[in-house]
Design a protein around this ligand. Structure first.
Ligand code: ACO
Length: 344
């Protein structure tokens, strides 16, 4: 049975930056509070007239270009997102059209900040079953579309971005070797967007109540997030007889630097082996983990053991054990302007 190996990584980041200094002018907050409580310095914000599929398509196209794979070779597209362009059609359909993946089908997967890991595990099963050779797994969120920029509890946390990986079969022992996933729906009110679904369709009242924005009980979620992310990372390490010394990198969801540090401590992994870019992008929900893989790609070596871990709304949480399949230093950098130009 083949494993599903990540054979290329792509990303998209909007140009516009929203800094802590900008937020100081919008709500009652300050740079020092944001840095010490979260580790965030700035985030990226997508143009108002663009949506999640715009970022997802560009991240996917970059991954394909780097691997020299054409869009018509792709079998399946999974987009992890909580900010789809529309409730339907699925963002995956819009990506399929934008990149010209004429032979692919696809769907969206909703698992908030664990979305990319759940999508990775789902996509991998289509490879290990022998059904497909090329699966695109994308994590993309335009969080600025569902953030209340008058609420200091949440608006400092989130940013917009997309990341994508290409999965292909590997028979040499590289790729996704294990994945552990969990959900617990009993805390739905602690982290949710109450409006816009079938329970509370849009109305004058729902808009006035700011119900179409993300709501979070930060302190309570923090407690569950630390336990969930650290616990599941430890779980996947134990299941595979890994110690901190065996791990080349922890690739954590970027929600809060303190949650990341707690996870690394529990795993026995030093800061030098933890991918951290929350300072530059904030929490980009489903995009954080592929964005880390993109930023660290040139340092990754064939055979590196990676532990990917996430916790998010739902609650959802999970961790994956990936044996990296290629030397990142050999990958030619693609010109993102060319990727964008090719999509028109
Ligand atoms: N600036 C200044 N003060 C603030 C701000 C702000 N931006 N936000 C809150 N405060 C105040 C609060 O009002 C509170 O004041 P009070 O004590 O007078 O009431 C005080 O600061 C402390 O607030 P806490 O909420 O206790 O702050 P905490 O240290 O918990 O940090 C945070 C808040 C950063 C949100 C943290 O709780 C957190 O990271 N939670 C988990 C986030 C997470 O992992 N989410 C899951 C993924 S997201 C997803 O799935 C979409």
């Amino acid at each position: 049975m083949p494993h599903a190996a990540i054979t290329a990584v792509g990303h998209f980041l909007p140009d516009e930056r929203l800094t802590n200094a900008d937020l100081e002018k919008m709500v009652d907050t300050n740079d020092e509070w944001i840095r010490t409580r979260t580790g965030i310095v700035e985030r990226r914000i997508l143009d108002e007239d663009k949506a999640t599929s715009y970022m997802a398509s560009r991240a996917a196209q970059e991954a394909l270009d780097k691997r020299g794979v054409t869009a018509d070779e792709v079998d399946l597209i999974i987009v992890a997102t909580v900010t789809p362009d529309m409730l339907f059609p699925a963002t995956a359909c819009l990506v399929q059209d934008a990149i010209g993946a004429s032979n692919a089908w696809g769907f969206d997967l909703s698992a908030a900040c664990s979305g990319f890991l759940f999508a990775l595990s789902t996509g991998a099963s289509f490879i290990t079953s022998g059904r497909y050779d090329k699966v695109l797994v994308i994590g993309a969120d335009k969080m600025s579309a569902i953030i209340d920029y008058t609420d200091r509890n949440t608006c400092i946390l989130f940013g917009d971005a997309a990341g994508a990986v290409l999965l292909e079969p590997d028979t040499d022992g590289y790729g996704l070797l294990d994945a552990h996933e969990h959900v617990d729906g009993s805390h739905d009110q602690l982290l949710c967007m109450p409006g816009g679904g079938s329970k509370m369709p849009a109305s004058h009242e729902s808009v006035e109540a700011h119900a179409h924005f993300l709501k979070q009980e930060g302190r309570a979620v923090f407690k569950y997030a630390v336990e969930g992310m650290a616990g599941v990372a430890e779980e996947v390490m134990e299941a595979n007889d890994l110690t901190g010394d065996d791990v080349a990198y922890l690739v954590p969801h970027q929600a809060n630097l303190r949650i990341i540090d707690a996870t690394a401590r529990r795993m026995g992994v030093g800061r030098d082996k933890v991918m951290i870019n929350i300072d530059r992008y904030g929490n980009t929900t489903a995009a954080t983990i592929p964005l880390c893989l993109h930023d660290w790609e040139s340092e990754l070596k064939r055979g590196d053991n990676l532990i990917l871990a996430a916790f998010g709304g739902g609650f959802t949480w999970g961790a994956s054990y990936v044996k990296w399949a290629y030397d990142g230093a050999d990958v030619a950098r693609t010109n993102l302007a060319e990727v964008s130009a090719s999509l028109g």
